[in-house]
Every structure is written in C-alpha cells, then in structure tokens.
Ligand binder design. Sequence first.
Ligand SMILES: NC(=O)c1ccc[n+]([C@@H]2O[C@H](COP(=O)([O-])OP(=O)(O)OC[C@H]3O[C@@H](n4cnc5c(N)ncnc54)[C@H](OP(=O)(O)O)[C@@H]3O)[C@@H](O)[C@H]2O)c1
Length: 234
Amino acid sequence: MPPAASGKSLLIIGASRGLGYAMVEEFLQRGWGVGGTVRGNARTKLHELADRSAGRVEIETVDINAPDQVAALRARLAGRTFDVLFVNAGVTNNQQETIAEVATEEFVRVMVTNALSPMRVVEALQDLVPRSGTIGVMSSGQGSVANNTRGMREVYRGSQAALNTFMRSFAARHWDDPRAMVLMAPGWVRTDMGGADAPLRIEDSIPILVDTLLAVQGKAGLQYLDYLGRTVAW
Ligand SMILES: NC(=O)c1ccc[n+]([C@@H]2O[C@H](COP(=O)([O-])OP(=O)(O)OC[C@H]3O[C@@H](n4cnc5c(N)ncnc54)[C@H](OP(=O)(O)O)[C@@H]3O)[C@@H](O)[C@H]2O)c1
C-alpha cells in the first residue's frame, strides 16, 4: 500500500458491502490508506473501489469464523502498523425469533460471528495498532442491556451484549493500555442487514460515525458510543 496523503492507515475487517464498505469510501475521501477485508474469492464492490483508488485500498481476505484464516492474515500483515483497526463484520438472523424458538445451530452461528470471532480478530491483530492508535468494533444499540425495554431481535441483541462484555473484559485486561478503544452503535441504517425500513441512509450515519471514531483517538480506555458520539448505556 503506498503512503496515504494523510499518512494514516485503517485496517477494516468486513468491507465488502454495507457499512464497512461505506467506511472505506469515507476514510479514502479523508486521505487515508485502507486495508479492507472480504470473504472468499468473488469480486466485490470493494475490488471496484480498489481499482479506482490509485493503490490506496489494499484488499485482504478473511472469514472471521475461521481461526486459521485469522492467523494467516496476521502473518501476512507482520511488520505493518495501522492507526485504526476496526472490526465491522457481523450477521443477523430472523428478528422475530425469540430465544425460546431459535435452533441451536442458528444461535451458535450468530453468537460466534458477532461475539467470539470479532474478539478473536481483536486479540490476533491488536499488536498492529501503535500506542497512539484506536481499536474499534462495530456493535449496535441493540447490545445495550440497560436500553432493552422492548425486547425483539433477541438473539442478535444477546450477541451484541456479549460482544460488549467481551470488549470490556479486553479493556480491563489492558487497563494500562494508552490506546483508544470503542464499541460503535451506527444507528438503524438501510443496508442488506438493516433492511428497507431503517430510518437512516448510509450517508446519514457513516460520515458522522467516522468523525466519532476519529475523535476518540488519543483517549485511553473503552467507550460505547453511538454514531453521533453519545455514550450508550451499557
Ligand atoms: N445496518 C444496521 O442497521 C446496523 C445496526 C447496528 C449494527 N450494525 C452492525 O454493523 C455491521 C455491518 O452491518 P451492515 O448493515 O453493513 O451488514 P451487511 O450489509 O449485512 O454487511 C455485513 C458485512 O459483514 C461481513 N461478514 C459477515 N460475516 C462474516 C464473516 N464470517 N467473516 C468476514 N466477514 C463477514 C459481510 O461480508 P460478505 O459480503 O462476505 O457476506 C459484509 O461485509 C454489523 O456488525 C452489524 O451488526 C448494523
């Protein structure tokens, strides 16, 4: 990856489409160099963007649910540093399905993809982020235990609350780490996951989310913030 205009670099995990792809576009506009990951060998929107980026977008491949692929990615990135590591990849399931109804395999798929695998990525790649850098993970407002007064999306909520707790444990274990850490709630956004009824367009959320992500740089410790920079109740 050639030096970016800003001299800054982002590594984003899960950038083939949706919010992750939009974050790559936004960081590019701000002069950053970006490493973005896709799954598998199929050509994606990110490949089209990389072709137009004069070498400022570098594509890597990882399925976060495959520990051997995470380890291989870490090995390929040996010796590199990124000012921001951001783990965006995630999935959802049938929102109507309650914890009473969900099949065990479906529960495992959502919990592993949304809670265990992002943490495995954080654990494996965190040493690529310098002391001045930021480790971010895409969470959701649905991960708030305190704000869960209406239920719905039970399995997804549980996975995001678990992710938040694991990230808090990571931060507690790294209590003297000078790096900024952040769990981001992007709002309900129209993507493949968010669906057509979501009130926010990608362009309503992502530029402001990126402002928020950049504003935590240099602030040690973990925050749980919405895209507008407001603290979300745990
Ligand atoms: N949209 C919303 O309203 C909303 C609200 C709150 C939180 N979020 C969170 O924001 C993140 C992005 O959501 P989105 O709306 O952009 O969803 P999306 O359009 O469905 O995109 C999901 C992204 O995650 C990747 N991904 C899924 N499983 C993966 C795996 N095992 N390994 C690697 N990559 C994987 C997908 O890659 P492929 O293309 O290969 O499938 C895709 O790039 C998710 O973590 C989601 O929970 C979204």
